[in-house]
Design a protein around this ligand. Structure first.
Ligand code: 5GP
Length: 337
């Protein structure tokens, strides 16, 4: 046994120190970014916030709505090929998600859809630390050399490097911070998310790769902190749940004045496993839970709040572009309460 004694931080442990700024208005702040991908060697451009690949978040309707704001969606992995084909998705802003057993489906989807609909792949597993997952990324890269691959989740620099070396362009970072996640409670495993972002961004950038901070953002200020810590992309689950674009019609019908709460559940929860895998396998425990979120109507108002918060953070530190936010960020650690 070994203890790492240096303090690791979560979003709630820090604030961004304000700095002198020549900016006159937050409207001057440019949130769009363009990145070069190390393996696919193609550019990815947009406002780098991604709706999570969860079935109550990353829906086709959400992808259409967010694309209008040049924001991204990782579509959940339970869409069939005909559904994806019929939706005529915009490949510019959509990642198509697959699990570790989906090699044949990846090949079929990439064959069936045109390149402008499907050029971004999200490979998602709860635990990105296995050799099998690293081999899987290597295989997908070999089959699809020109597609952008985002893969995860991991939480430390060593494994961020391993996934990039195996063929990932973007590494998804976060073990245990999610709002519907029970991993830390069920297993004791995890890593404080702000420190994870700082360490994994450094590792990814050192290899010319990119990283996506996934999970743990509860409010726009957390998204600003994630970008300030060095994230290239930030993925949101709970903050984008509970909107017209991702609440099932049946649930929308049941809303009333007295009850405007919507169920949102983790993809490893009993609910999700009952729905997609015929229940929880004997050797597993559920590592996700159901949380209730308020129904917030169309996502455009939430988008305005989130992007407004990031723009304002940029003006507080004098960053005229989101790209400069991390260079201009000094975190101050709050005193323990
Ligand atoms: P949030 O933005 O809600 O804090 O976090 C969203 C992220 O939580 C997702 O993108 C995913 O990485 C993670 N997540 C989703 N469902 C589950 C689950 O059932 N268990 C765990 N451990 N993590 C989950």
């Amino acid at each position: 046994m070994r203890i790492e004694a240096d303090r690791k931080l979560d979003f709630a442990d820090v604030l961004i120190r304000p700095k002198r700024s020549g900016l006159k208005s937050r409207s001057e702040v440019e949130l769009r970014r363009t990145f070069k991908t190390p393996h696919a060697k193609i550019e990815i451009s947009g406002v780098p916030v991604i709706a999570a690949n969860m079935d109550r978040v990353g829906t086709l309707k959400m992808a259409a709505a967010l694309a209008g704001h040049e924001m991204f969606t990782a579509l959940h992995k339970h869409y069939s090929i005909p559904e994806l084909k019929q939706a005529k998705i915009s490949g510019d802003f959509s990642f198509i998600t697959f699990g570790i057993e989906d090699m044949n489906k990846i090949d079929a989807v990439m064959d069936e859809l045109k390149d402008r609909e499907a050029n971004k792949i999200c490979l998602d597993v709860a635990n990105g630390y296995t050799e099998t997952f690293v081999d899987f990324i290597r295989d997908v890269r070999k089959h699809h050399p020109k597609k952008i691959i985002m893969a995860g989740n991991v939480a430390t620099a060593d494994m961020t490097e391993a996934l990039i070396l195996a063929g990932a362009d973007i590494v998804k970072v976060g073990i245990g911070p999610g709002s519907a996640c029970m991993t830390r409670a069920m297993t004791g495993v995890g890593y404080p998310q702000l420190s994870s972002i700082i360490e994994c961004a450094d590792a990814a950038h050192g290899l010319g790769g990119l990283m996506c901070a996934d999970g743990g953002c509860r409010m726009p200020g957390d998204v600003a902190k994630a970008f300030g810590a060095g994230a290239d992309f930030v993925m949101l689950g709970g903050m984008l749940a509970g909107h017209t674009e991702n609440v099932p019609e049946e649930d929308l019908k049941n809303l009333s004045k007295n009850d405007n709460m919507i169920e949102y559940y983790g993809m490893s929860s009993e609910e999700a496993m009952n729905k997609y895998s015929g229940g929880i396998a004997k050797h597993r425990a559920s590592e996700g839970r159901v949380v209730k979120v308020e129904y917030k109507g169309d996502v455009k108002d939430t988008v305005r709040d989130i992007l407004g918060g990031i723009r304002s953070a940029c003006t507080y530190v004098g960053a005229s572009r989101l790209k400069e936010l991390s260079k201009r960020t000094t975190f101050v650690i709050k005193s323990a309460v």
